[in-house]
Design a protein around this ligand. Structure first.
Ligand SMILES: [Zn+2]
Length: 245
């Protein structure tokens, strides 16, 4: 796997997701309201399957006994603390004065999240191309609704349309340095790969179970359709990884 191929993949993961978000944002409201919950369910399915069928089995092959589980637990704790720190000043009161600040905070948190997505894509690709594709697909699928939500929050915090779009794009591009760093780190020290894969799996599990599924429960709509999309997301990863060993 060359650096160029990896950068193309990471670009698909970040800029591709933005293009998807713009496309859906341009659709009529009625369509958008129907599409979003389906996309949330689909992306949760891809992330859960990529973590549980791809990254974690691969990681635990090299991390026997409780080692793999401990790295995943450590990862979950790390993401929990990170989320607390970044959302510390978030305000949910109606008369709140710090909404502008929360817009900037969202950008920092999001840029870091996208950076981690880049590392995840690199770790997956350096393990096997199939796992790399599975990870990229899972990143694109969950970033589309993510970018749309971020855009709405930025507009709400007082930014103009183009300003919000530009900042969102800049934050999305953080995936590229993440991928480069992951690539350089893992090509220098391949023994880190299983650890980084386990952390990647933890990141996907945390996002799917802690963010996407709860958001899905808040949405109105047909539950059976959401369940179907969840299964479809999982099935896509199984098919993508079909010929991986
Ligand atoms: Zn992401």
């Amino acid at each position: 796997m060359s650096m160029t191929t990896l950068l193309v993949m990471a670009s698909i993961g970040s800029v591709g997701a933005m293009a998807g978000a713009l496309g859906i944002a341009a659709a009529p409201v009625r369509w958008r309201e129907r599409l979003l919950p389906l996309l949330l369910a689909y992306s949760a399915g891809t992330m859960l399957a990529a973590a549980l069928l791809g990254m974690l089995p691969r990681a635990t092959r090299s991390l026997p006994g409780m080692q793999g589980g401990l790295v995943v637990l450590g990862g979950l704790l790390f993401f929990f603390v990170l989320e607390r720190l970044l959302l510390w000043h978030h305000c949910h009161d109606s008369g709140c004065q710090v909404r502008r600040a929360s817009g900037r905070l969202l950008l920092v948190g999001d840029a870091f999240h996208n950076f981690v997505d880049g590392v995840v894509i690199a770790a997956a690709f350096l393990t096997s191309p199939e796992l790399g594709w599975a990870a990229t697909l899972a990143v694109v699928a969950h970033e589309v609704p993510q970018e749309m939500g971020d855009y709405a929050v930025l507009i709400d915090s007082g930014m103009g349309r183009w300003q919000a779009l530009g900042w969102n794009l800049l934050s999305a591009l953080a995936t590229l340095p993440g991928a480069v760093l992951g690539y350089l780190l893992l090509s220098q020290a391949q023994s880190f790969t299983p650890y980084l894969l386990a952390l990647s799996g933890a990141s996907f599990l945390y996002i799917a179970l802690g963010d996407l599924l709860p958001r899905l429960h808040q949405q109105q709509g047909r539950s059976w359709l959401a369940l179907l999309m969840l299964v479809l997301g999982m099935a896509t990863i199984v098919v993508v990884r079909l010929d991986a060993h």
